[in-house]
Design a protein around this ligand. Sequence first.
Ligand code: ZN
Length: 149
Amino acid sequence: MTGFGDLRELYQEVIFDHNRRPRNFHALEDATHRADGHNPLCGDQLTVYARVEDGVVQDISFIGHGCAISTASASLMTEAVKGKPVEEVEALFHDMHAMLTESHPDRDFGKLEVLSGVREFPARVKCATLAWHTLHNAITQAQEIAKTE
Ligand code: ZN
C-alpha cells in the first residue's frame, strides 16, 4: 500500500478497510441519478449512482477504480448519505469540501472524520473530494433537467 503518508493510525486503519472492502460497490440498476468523476492528477475514476425518491437518497452506490483514498472516500460517502434528504446531502458535501480544503467546520462528521487528515496532503485532496463532487453533479444535474419540463 502506498500513499497514506503519516495519517494517524486509526484513520489509516479505517481507510485501509474501506479500500479493501468498499461498501455499496456495485452499479445501481434502478438509479434515478448518476454521474462520472475523474481525477486526472491521480488517475481515479468512478461512477456514482443514486436512487432519489421524495427528496431522499434512498439508495446509493459506486463503481470505478482509483487509489486507496478515493475508494475509501467514496465508500464512506455512500454509508454517510444513504437514507438522507438531498438537502442534507448537499450541506454535507459543502462541509466535507471545507473540511478537506479549508478549515474544519464546526459539526460532527462521524466516521467521515477519518478523511480530515488528507488536508495535510494537498496532492491527495482531489482524491478525497472526487466522490463528493461526483455525487453533487449527479444530484444537481438531474434537478436541472427536471426544471426544464
Ligand atoms: Zn487518488
